[in-house]
Write a protein that binds this ligand. Structure first.
Ligand code: HEC
Ligand code: HEC
Length: 360
């Protein structure tokens, strides 16, 4: 190469760099959408009774689950075009192999800014009364628009811009047409489809679920010991709030203060109370708690065992004679609880193609 070609090459590269910087740093999207020739079955969506015995299904009459609707929801969930600069999709912070959490203490939004709370796992949302760590949303159709509009997460405050961007992608015409009978894109159509996909994500095939069918003959001694401890109100009280019959979350209320701190920086739903999260797939969804303060289940167990703070709003289940409960678990008992929590992992849910990324 002579000097002149080198100089020309250098100029060309510089031009390219300058050009890409002036383009509002929009990330180019060049992926193929791959949908199955026949839609996956989302609408059957039946789960065994034991999963949510005493909870009702939050599907509203105006947004019944259909295979086409959930398929559109899946595409939207994985599409980075739903963020202002095409850099972030819902799935950027909700990874299937991690039970739809993301393994981060705080997640990174579309401009590289961190969220102020830990990303939440997603499964069996159709049995839940409220959403977000502070339980501030009570309808999934509303909830799914929040991350889109959020200035840290996806930055689409302007819903008209969202509509324009979706209309500009060739593959959405047919998808909207199939679901809604016309290709018109509206924020309501977007949120309804996303909510359908959220409700289709049901997890009920963990080792625990198989155990329910077989009187837990599939459990090891340690796992059985852990289950008994988990359900023992006086020793641990775990089942008071994470009730197995209620999808491992609460039955009659949805938030509690578990004495993480004496003074909370983030008060959650008020007085340091946060959503009682389902423990399904919990071994995959760390870091744990609303602020991701614990990296491992060992740390979570040690909190409940010896670290509960005597906050004025500390829940009654975690008190003992007025003070904070001390569980005094020995090492074997701690291991047993953790072994039991691992039985809530559902590999068929985390590997099911119908919940996976359709862009390849
Ligand atoms: C930048 C990361 C990020 C993106 C992008 C994102 N989320 Fe989230 N998601 C979070 C965080 C963090 C929370 C918890 C927020 C809170 O409680 O304040 C959350 C909570 C949720 C919840 C509540 C779950 C529960 O049990 O209450 C649902 C459902 C959800 N997200 C779905 C979505 C959907 C649908 C999208 C796309 C439209 C999306 N998320 C985009 C990080 C993200
Ligand atoms: C009083 C109700 C209550 C009791 C009793 C309780 N929990 Fe929790 N649990 C919660 C709440 C509320 C949170 C979320 C707290 C936060 O983030 O501030 C939580 C969070 C968790 C998490 C982390 C979930 C996540 O997604 O980050 C695990 C794991 C957990 N609990 C396990 C247990 C175990 C094991 C026991 C028994 C030793 C137990 N819990 C007892 C209410 C309770």
């Amino acid at each position: 190469m002579n000097r002149l070609t080198l100089l020309i090459l250098f100029l060309m590269v510089s031009l390219l760099v300058i050009q890409s910087c002036t383009d509002e740093s929009v990330v180019p999207v060049e992926r193929q959408l791959n949908l199955p020739p026949v839609e996956f079955d989302y609408s059957t969506n039946a789960v065994p009774n034991h999963v949510a015995n005493n909870l009702s299904d939050n599907t509203p009459p105006f947004n019944q689950l259909t295979d086409a609707g959930a398929t559109l929801g899946r595409v939207l969930f994985y599409d980075t075009r739903l963020s202002k600069n095409n850099s972030v999709a819902c799935a950027s912070c909700h990874h299937q192999e991690k039970g739809f959490a993301d393994g981060q203490t705080f997640s990174t939004g579309f401009e590289g800014v961190k969220t102020t709370r830990n990303s939440m796992a997603i499964s069996n949302l159709k049995f839940q009364k409220s959403f977000f760590w502070d339980t501030s949303s009570s309808e999934l159709e509303d909830q799914v628009l929040a991350p889109l509009k959020n200035h840290i997460e996806m930055g689409m405050e302007n819903m008209d811009y969202l509509v324009t961007k979706i209309e500009a992608s060739d593959y959405y015409d047919e998808l909207f047409e199939t679901v809604y009978g016309s290709k018109e894109v509206t924020p309501t159509r977007v949120s309804n489809a996303l909510a359908q996909f959220m409700r289709s994500m049901v997890s009920y095939e963990s080792k625990y679920d198989q155990g329910v069918e077989s009187n837990f003959s599939n459990f090891s001694g340690l796992e059985k010991m852990g289950m008994n401890l988990f359900l023992d109100h006086s020793r641990t009280a775990c089942g008071d709030c994470h009730n197995p019959q209620s999808n491992f979350a609460a039955t009659w209320r949805d938030h509690a203060n578990i004495g993480l701190d004496l003074v909370y920086e983030d008060e959650g739903a008020g007085s340091g109370q946060f959503k009682i999260p389902s423990l399904r797939n919990i071994a995959l969804t760390g870091p744990y708690m609303h602020d991701g303060r614990y990296n491992t289940l060992e740390e979570v167990i040690e909190h409940y065992n010896s670290g509960i703070q005597n906050h004025p709003s500390l829940d009654w289940s975690l008190r003992d004679g007025g003070g904070a409960k001390k569980m005094n678990l020995n090492d074997l008992e701690k291991q047993a609880l953790i072994a039991f929590l691992h039985t809530l992992t559902d590999d068929s849910f985390t590997s099911d193609e119908k919940f996976s990324n359709p862009f390849r």
